[in-house]
Ligand binder design. Structure first.
Ligand SMILES: [Mg+2]
Length: 207
């Protein structure tokens, strides 16, 4: 029984590709094989890390301003709200970016989510399960009752590692979700369910 849903934000609640990861990697000098946050944390000097965080923040803020709700996203959140199913967000982005993006939503606001767990929150970011476990605790549900929904392998890996059921949103891209799974240095994670858009989410819960 699903009692709450934990959404990834970028590319899941918003349309994918508002952030140009290729351009961001070039600006940071981050190779395609590295994970961006982890790459920045591993830079040798504090000055370099601060500069890299500045570049990342500028890209993220511009992307947040340009982002729009994904098809079916607002309707899904409203339906879950009406049915008393808990809602949270788990993102590798910052709270400032999420708030900026949510300004572009019409029917949904920050108040619709009991938990917004960002990279500034305690615990390791996805693909680690920490954020899923913490979100379940704050939502008052078991991880087995928390449906983790995302468009990337990190979302699925984090959910599975926490013992939560998972849904991959492909955004119409041949079953692999957003971005190249090949560069992700995590075990291949197979989602429990795969949907093209969030308009399929609430019917899925009724199965
Ligand atoms: Mg995403």
């Amino acid at each position: 029984m699903i009692r709450a849903v934990l959404f990834d934000f970028d590319g899941t609640l918003t349309r994918p590709d508002s952030l140009d990861f290729g351009a961001l990697r070039r600006a940071l000098g981050c190779p395609p094989s590295a994970m961006i946050l982890e790459y920045i944390e591993a830079l040798p000097g504090q000055e370099e890390r601060t500069k890299a965080h500045g570049i990342l923040s500028a890209f993220e803020l511009a992307a947040a301003r340009a982002s729009v709700p994904n098809p079916g996203a607002e309707e899904a959140v409203v339906l879950l709200r009406d049915r008393g199913i808990g809602r949270g967000i788990l993102t590798r982005n910052t709270l400032a970016s999420i708030r900026e993006s949510l300004k572009n939503f019409r029917a949904v606001s920050e108040a619709d989510f009991a938990v917004i767990h960002t990279r500034e929150s305690p615990g390791r970011p996805k693909p680690h399960p920490d954020g899923v476990i913490e979100a379940a605790r704050r939502l008052g549900v078991k991880t087995a009752e928390l449906l983790v929904v995302g468009d990337f392998i990190f979302d699925i890996a984090a959910g599975k590692a926490a013992g939560a059921p998972t849904v991959l949103v492909t955004n119409g891209r041949a079953g692999t979700g957003s971005g190249a799974w090949a560069h992700a240095k995590v075990e291949a994670a197979v989602p429990d369910y795969t949907i093209e858009s969030l308009s399929e989410l609430v019917p899925l819960l009724e199965l």
